[in-house]
Design a protein around this ligand. Structure first.
Ligand SMILES: Cc1cc2nc3c(=O)[nH]c(=O)nc-3n(C[C@H](O)[C@H](O)[C@H](O)COP(=O)(O)OP(=O)(O)OC[C@H]3O[C@@H](n4cnc5c(N)ncnc54)[C@H](O)[C@@H]3O)c2cc1C
Length: 572
């Protein structure tokens, strides 16, 4: 590894990868396995970026893992699905490259590295359509024991979002949540709880947080572990500041950080994987709709540097198709220490029976049970920013709302923080959120009529597979996403669209090469992850549709740089 004392030396490698998230780390790992010399330059002191704070779900159709899980998926089905859902928005050749390489990339990672996934038997695509999958397509990172990294590297893994950890540092899987919330409901719940909490208590004797890593954190830890095994040097606190161009070819980059400036030459190319537009104020002002510019879920250090350095040498920034970003509706409040607690409403509440969302007038405007992206797209289209999620006391007790857990008996702190507001009657609630009480009461009446019939004629709540999957079939209603709004007190929580990922990004070709304004590739310059415009053109077809392409294009870039990707898009 280049040592700090050599900082002013010009170093030379085959591939310089800027950014250590899912995209960059995959590119670096595969390039190293192909025998290229690689350096990863990471702006912060930790690897992982947004990836480490994510669900880690990775959408890759047609993998061998789908067969292993007993839910074999087929590329031709995924192709039909994408043709129906992303349709004629452009970029079909990029999606084709993704489909062709996806299963090969996952198989190679599985066989040659510690980056391990398992296909979920039930994790439906977010849209209905021909070829939509119920299971097999969304891959989940296999849990990882962070102790394997050693203490120093364990601390190099960016932790999950604070709101997503229990007891100040314990990760909990989606399928474990039920047991932890009701430990005494069954023997198996109690055993699960004791195992998880017991392990965490042990961890805390020696580590800053729990070492049982799940979801995006497991993925990042697995990538780091594999990079270490492949002996890939990682330069921390070394952000790309500028690209070096010689005779029209990118031949390296200037890195900058607290330790000073260093220039690195890259014979085969530079990969930009700095996490996308995220907090880039200028791009947000230009491309993002009003009401969304101040809220992003990525780390503050993701400031769109990849886009900046590439456009500075003539690269084209694609606007991302239907939307410049992919969104989650988020609620938030300021903690006593001044920091913001932000909660993305992913799956736990919006689709459950008895909840609805209203605009500033007190009217519904969207199918609340749709995917987080489509809910937020509805907010943007309707100008409902913020919107309010509304429920009654029985709903709050059974399902919770945002950061408020099911069964929470004391909401005083959350009410005081303004995270949630309450009214004994609907009129009182309407006054608190500033909407017309008559409109709110009409909304509830119409909603209750839909709950009785099981059909939401206005917005189709409960009409799609993913709606029903996230609803509650055990609630006993005619529709798992619809239930009557009953007696007060009532609650309302403000939500705003916040980007979980960029859709706008650098225009690229099927090898991940960055294109200039005339559509020609810039030799020596690649981009992947959120730095590359989304191949789904501002739609969000299924769970994991940002990390899937990030990793598959990372893989393709490495193969291309190594001269191993032939024109039929498969590895040679
Ligand atoms: C709560 C949440 C849940 C999510 N769940 C999922 C999910 O389950 N599935 C899914 O597909 N997507 C999910 N996403 C989105 C997903 O996490 C991101 O789209 C994806 O991880 C981005 O990967 P990346 O490699 O492009 O960037 P990142 O993971 O953000 O990595 C970028 C890295 O580049 C570094 N960097 C920044 N600037 C520079 C620079 N100048 N030089 C060098 N390095 C730099 C950053 O520090 C960072 O380490 C979720 C997002 C959120 C917020």
């Amino acid at each position: 590894m280049p040592s700090d004392s050599n900082r002013n030396m010009i170093e030379e490698v085959d591939l310089l990868v800027c950014g250590a998230g899912a995209g960059g780390m995959t590119a670096a790992l595969i390039a190293a396995l192909e025998g290229l010399s690689v350096i990863v330059a990471e702006k912060t002191a930790q690897v992982g970026g947004t990836t480490s704070t994510s669900g880690g779900t990775t959408w890759v159709p047609g993998t061998h893992l789908s067969k292993l899980a007993g839910v074999p998926d087929r590329i031709e089905d995924a192709r039909a699905f994408l043709e129906a859902t992303v349709a004629n928005r452009g970029g079909a050749h990029l999606r084709e490259a993704f489909l062709e390489s996806g299963p090969v990339a996952i198989e190679e990672l599985d066989r040659r590295t510690d980056v391990k996934f398992a296909a979920a038997a039930a994790h439906p695509d977010y849209l209905d359509g021909p070829g939509a999958a119920y299971g097999g397509r969304a891959l989940g990172p296999v849990a990882f024991d962070g102790r394997l990294l050693g203490r120093e590297d364990f601390d190099r893994v960016r932790p999950p979002r604070r709101e997503f950890m229990g007891l100040g540092g314990m990760m909990v899987g989606r399928n474990e949540l039920g047991a932890l919330l009701s430990p005494f409901a069954s023997f198996s719940n109690l055993r699960t709880t004791l195992e998880i909490v017991g392990r965490y208590a042990l961890d805390r004797l020696s580590y800053k947080r729990g070492t049982r890593l799940l979801m995006g954190n497991a993925l990042v830890a697995r990538l780091l572990y594999s990079l270490r095994k492949a002996k890939v040097p990682i330069l921390f606190e070394a952000g790309v500041r500028e690209l070096i161009v010689e005779n029209g070819r990118v031949t390296g980059a200037v890195l900058d950080g607290p330790g000073g400036v260093r220039r690195i030459k890259a014979r085969k190319g530079v990969v930009l994987a700095t996490g996308g537009v995220c907090w880039n104020r200028a791009i947000r002002e230009k491309l993002f709709p009003p009401g969304t510019r101040d809220y992003a879920l990525g780390p503050q250090n993701n400031t769109g540097d990849g886009a900046n350095v590439a456009t500075a040498i003539g690269a084209r920034l694609d606007d991302g198709g239907d939307s410049p970003a992919l969104w989650m509706p988020c609620s938030s409040y300021r903690r006593a220490d001044g920091s913001m607690a932000v909660w993305p409403h992913i799956i736990l509440d919006r689709a459950k029976p008895g909840l609805f969302a209203v605009d500033a007038r007190g009217r519904r405007f969207v199918n609340e049970a749709n995917s987080y992206h489509d809910f937020a797209m509805g907010q943007i289209a309707h100008g409902a920013i913020p919107a309010h999620l509304v429920c009654d006391a029985a709903f709050m007790k059974r399902y919770g709302l945002g950061m408020i857990l099911p069964g929470a008996s004391n909401l005083k702190a959350m009410l005081k923080a303004g995270y949630v507001v309450t009214g004994r009657t609907l009129s009182e609630l309407a006054a608190k959120i500033g909407c017309d009480p008559l409109a709110l009461s009409e909304t509830v009446n119409a909603y209750n009529r839909s709950a009785a019939s099981g059909v939401d004629e206005a917005f189709g709540r409960g009409s799609t597979v993913v709606n029903r999957f996230n609803g509650d079939a055990e609630a006993g209603g005619a529709n798992p996403c619809l239930g009557p709004v009953g007696a007060g007190p009532y609650y309302a929580m403000a939500v705003r669209p916040s980007d979980l990922a960029s859709s706008a990004g650098l225009a690229g070709d099927e090898y991940g090469r960055v294109l200039n304004e005339t559509g020609t590739f810039i030799p020596g310059l690649y981009a992947c992850g959120n730095d590359l415009a989304s191949i789904f053109r501002g739609t969000y077809p299924g769970p994991g549709t940002t990390i899937g392409p990030a990793m598959v294009f990372g893989w393709r870039i490495a193969k291309h740089a190594a001269g191993k990707l032939n024109s039929s898009a498969q590895a040679a």
